[in-house]
Design a protein around this ligand. Sequence first.
Ligand SMILES: [Zn+2]
Length: 218
Amino acid sequence: MFTEQIDILRCPAPHEDSWLVAASTHAEGRHIIVGTLGCPVCKASYEIVEGEVRFSDAPLDTSSGPMDTELAFALAAQLHLVEAPLPVMLTGGWSRAVAPLRTLVPTVSFLVGDAQSLIQLDDRVSTLRLPLTGIPLATGSIRGLALDAVHASDAFLTAASSVVCTSGRLVLPASSALDPSLWRTLASDGHVTVAERLPVASALVPLRRAPAKPLFEP
Ligand SMILES: [Zn+2]
């Protein structure tokens, strides 16, 4: 886990938003290879093993090879990966795009959830094993998210509308339904749908009455 990306991780337990405190037992460069992330609210502890944050202990098969360059290039267009002040997250099968995207979009940083192929960690790439309950990231902290079929659950779709920033992109299976008040569909080709996060309606500012005090005291 790249230390500078730890800031945007959040405890996935159902309580108020909380950042996580990192303890490193082995680091390489600015990556924690072995350590833990602890939640100050519920005291949960998440292990970092071989550089990967384990929000889940479910085993993963990482034997898939990288995606071919053409498909990865299509994903880069769908996620609008031109300049990237915020990272993007690729889940499951989309993790196979990381290898070709490293060279196609050299300024973008990635969070990889439940990798299906071996991911080389560096200053632009961190891996997470995701909880089933959603995406353990801060509100508006990523600018793009690709959900594969396994990750297009209701819990992940709900989380997506929180963690993807305004105007950020979502790529998901075409069979998934999106809330049109939160997402604008940009394209759908029968396999994947590409959508853009609509601006969050700002909370109404309550109008406050001026204090009932005469301008001039009699
Ligand atoms: Zn917690």
